[in-house]
Design a protein around this ligand. Structure first.
Ligand code: TXA
Ligand code: MG
Length: 314
């Protein structure tokens, strides 16, 4: 039977991965810059394209928990988290299986591996068609806001990609939460598209990276300045200063240029955050003011990303 246009795109993406090329891939969190995780040459292209330091390891994406179990060692607690949240916005950092097929470069030479089963149906189909783990960081240049549309990915990388698979705007809009699990201890390395409360309802209290530093080093990617537009970002802005573009949150921001969620909904704000930072930046303002967002539920991860976006480079 003939393939539909979408099926053709999916097989093209799987073929490009098999050929060692980079592919822009939709996930429910943000778009990824994917390569064959078992092919060091292909993975090296990710680091080169992003300008990413080699000490910062990549997440390996697979279609099923069973496939993830061939890469990392799941304790009962790790399995409980995977069963509760996969497919979905959770990456687990686990001890590497001795026969893990992911190349050392993707894991930055660490003896742990980050794995995720993403929920986006197109990404699922690519993973099933390809049949091997896909290493994929967010498809932005290092330090920039993550992409939540196929157009953002093309803006960042243009012709350097064999293909960008368009799966529509990312539903979650924040990267996955990264949790390291070693035995019965879980450490929250990166806040993300799952709230701390949702994770703790399954895992119990999560350790913070500092409390656990010896057993599980903090996520090398958690540098302070990140997710940053070109214009400076001013936090807790309630009105625009001269020359500033204002991003509001909730009711009462009728004069704002953008609003993360006029209804004050945190999931909607998360989904809009990076796209609005990019759109505000495209107006070439003197600065971008962002209204306060409550630091509860997903608001904690939103506040984390905004604080990093507001950090000035030194
Ligand atoms: O939602 C997401 O997680 C997206 C989509 C594409 O899946 N990916 C993503 O990847 O955000 P990236 O590379 O931008 O962020 C991965 C984070 C980094 O902070 C990295 O340091 C951390 O995960 N990480 C990866 N492997 C690790 C490991 N073995 N130990 C500790 N942290 C690790
Ligand atoms: Mg990233």
């Amino acid at each position: 039977m003939d393939q539909t246009p979408l099926e053709l795109e999916i097989s093209k993406a799987a073929r490009a991965l098999a050929g060692g090329d980079l592919v822009g891939l939709p996930t429910e969190t943000v778009y990824g810059l994917g390569a064959d995780a078992t092919n060091a040459g292909a993975v090296a292209k990710i680091f080169a394209a992003k300008g990413r330091p080699h000490f910062n390891p990549l997440i390996s994406h697979v279609a099923t928990l069973e496939a993830a179990e061939s890469l990392g060692v799941f304790s009962p607690l790790a399995r409980k988290l995977a069963e509760a949240f996969w497919p979905g916005p959770l990456s687990l950092v686990l001890p590497r299986q001795p026969d893990c097929v992911v190349c050392d470069l993707a894991g930055a030479g660490l003896d742990t591996i980050a794995v995720r089963v993403p929920a986006h149906p197109l990404m699922q189909q690519v993973l099933l068609a390809f049949g091997k783990p896909v290493a994929a960081p967010s498809a932005n240049m290092s330090g920039r806001p993550s992409p939540t549309t196929a157009a953002h990915v093309r803006e960042e990388f243009g012709d350097r990609l064999a293909l960008v698979l368009d799966g529509g705007p990312s539903r979650v809009g924040l990267e996955s939460a990264v949790v390291a699990v070693s035995g019965n201890q879980a450490t929250l390395l990166r806040l993300g598209g799952l709230s701390r409360q949702a994770l703790e309802a399954v895992a119990g209290p999560l350790l913070s990276p500092d409390a656990h530093a010896k057993a599980a080093p903090a996520s090398p990617g958690m540098v302070l300045r990140h997710y940053a537009p070109r214009a400076p970002v001013r936090l807790n802005a309630v009105s625009a200063n001269p020359g500033e573009v204002l991003i509001g949150f909730g009711p009462g921001y009728d004069a704002a240029d953008f609003n993360l969620s006029p209804a004050g909904n945190l999931a909607e704000a998360a989904a809009q955050l990076f796209a609005m930072l990019r759109a505000a930046d495209a107006l070439n303002p003197k600065a971008i003011g962002v209204a306060p967002v409550p630091v509860t539920g997903l608001g904690e991860a939103i506040a984390d990303r905004l604080a990093r976006a507001a950090e000035r480079s030194c």
